[in-house]
Design a binder for this molecule. Sequence first.
Ligand code: URA
Length: 435
Amino acid sequence: MFRMYDLIEKKKNKEELKEEEIAYIVSGFTRGEILDYQMSAFLMAVYFCGMTKKETFLLTQKMKESGDVLDLSGISGIKVDKHSTGGVGDKTTLVLAPMIASLGVPVAKMSGRGLGHTGGTIDKLEAFPGFMTSLPEEKFISNVNQYKIAVAGQTKNLAPADKKIYALRDATACVNSIPLIASSIMSKKLASGADGICLDVKVGSGAFMKTIDDATLLAKTMVDIGRAADKKMVAVLTNMDEPLGCAVGNTLEVMEAIDSLRGNGPKDFMEVVFALGSEMLMMAEVCQSKEQAIKMLSSTISDGSALETFKTFVEIQGGNRQDVDHMEDLLDISCKKEVISLEEGYVSSIEAEQIGNASMLLGGGRASKEDTIDLSVGVILHKKVGDKVQKNESIATIYGNSRDLVEIAIKKVRDAYTFRKEKTMPNQMVLKIIK
Ligand code: URA
């Protein structure tokens, strides 16, 4: 039998914890036998002293084993999953999943809800009336078998240890620790049962990881955990210095995703979609080279198969396929206003976090897990980094349901933009690939 006091002391002294000790901490805290004050002290010790590769893997395994592990063996083929570490305007899954599925590769994806300034795929999908974000396991599996696609919210019992530990980290300023983030994300991914995992690790002002060095370390840590658990792994580091694409806000992002499936996606967004998609296709062993993958992905847009798969996906999860062609009818807003530029010049940066906060303030995001969100509100950016702007030109449109909040959002969005007199270049989107 262990004493939590001794284990905190051990971590504080940077000694490596044994498997039984990590198992004791995770199961004891999940069952409520280890109290919050001792667990908080332990997490803070990890924050400052780190964890070895072995400890991080064991922590992930124990968190994964704290709940259900999805058995996807009933689905034939190599099942691929993707995960983004969280960004602003990140509607990648909505476009990538139907593209990949339309090529016959099974996509079985568990997604999360948004928290803070970052959005979640599950919230976005709720823009479709009737859409079921929670599916019984048998239905999830039969949809993937029959239609190659299912995207559902994480079940209550998926890595419950992570849910409890994350809540405590959030309340004690311990979120931003690489072993804790890596084990938290990977415990849920390993419990979701896919054979291959493609990680989109966001880097920049709107992301958890602000520098390439930190993002590289996080990516390598997660790739190592996955490999040790016999998964195919790849991590793509992508830019989150400005919002991804132009739409930020749930229904608005779904509209942009549908436009992208029609071939009208913003350039920066499609660059990320193609980079992740080609890694997923190579992982699924349906092609050998990136060039071949890009050709295959492009064909799903030009021949309409990805859009058709998206419509089928909406339908089989309870929504109405006709809504896909008429999303603008689902926007329920009372106030729409332009953000007029007070300056002239080239856009040199757009603070992603500020734009995310503007959308959250309008009601489009959650400050705490219990908050309900307004799916219709948000921001459409008309100017991105590298674009020329004239004085008095509109740089963005705000969609809201309160005049006062729209006025505050206008100021936030305007303040998020920085201009330069000299010409600026668009951001490089794909920064590094780690395999
Ligand atoms: N996302 C997670 O699931 N966990 C973290 O710790 C950070 C981001």
